[in-house]
Ligand binder design. Structure first.
Ligand code: FEO
Length: 165
């Protein structure tokens, strides 16, 4: 069964969004490295790698269906941030936008009666619940941490405990 053009186009766009997410989190990680927050830098680097893997899931799926992937240019991510609170608020905001994009993609697949794509996207819908939850928890935690250098250091250490590549 061929993939409808509309669905294929939306999936190619989603690959670009996931790769941009990877790029954005790597840029945030670089900022944290330069500001001496090694734990936050590690968390964001792991997140960046996960985002690339998200892009690759769709990339592989398009090929499995015998269709072509078309990669577009990736936008330049933001490189300067005011502080950790602003940075992680941006992560949360970005994840909410990605969830909306996945939902829209799912709806496009539904309208096209493309069941295999709907099944593939279910993984992403579940993943987005987790991604939003994690980012929201960090935003909340940062509110409690406040400006105390010792608390910020402990927060950074906690984020650095994240496992993954
Ligand atoms: Fe791939 Fe964080 O969404």
């Amino acid at each position: 069964m061929k993939i409808e053009q509309k669905v294929l186009k939306a999936m190619n766009e989603q690959i670009n969004k996931e790769l941009f997410s990877s790029y954005l989190y790597l840029s945030m990680s670089a900022y944290c490295e330069s500001e001496n927050y090694p734990g936050c830098a590690k968390w964001l680097e792991v997140q960046s790698n996960e985002e690339r893997e998200h892009a690759m899931k769709i990339y592989r799926y398009i090929h499995e269906r015998g269709e072509s992937v078309e990669l577009e240019a990736i936008d330049k991510p933001k490189t300067e941030f005011k502080n950790l609170s602003q940075l992680f608020a941006m992560v949360f905001d970005h994840e909410q936008k990605i969830s909306a994009s996945i939902t829209a993609l799912y709806e496009t697949a539904m309208k096209a009666n493309d069941y295999p794509t709907q099944i593939m996207l279910q993984w992403f819908i579940t993943e987005q619940v987790e991604e939003e939850k994690n980012a929201h928890e960090i935003v909340d935690l940062l509110k409690k941490v406040g400006d105390s250098p010792v608390s910020v250091m402990m927060f950074d250490r906690q984020l650095g405990a994240r496992t993954g590549k």
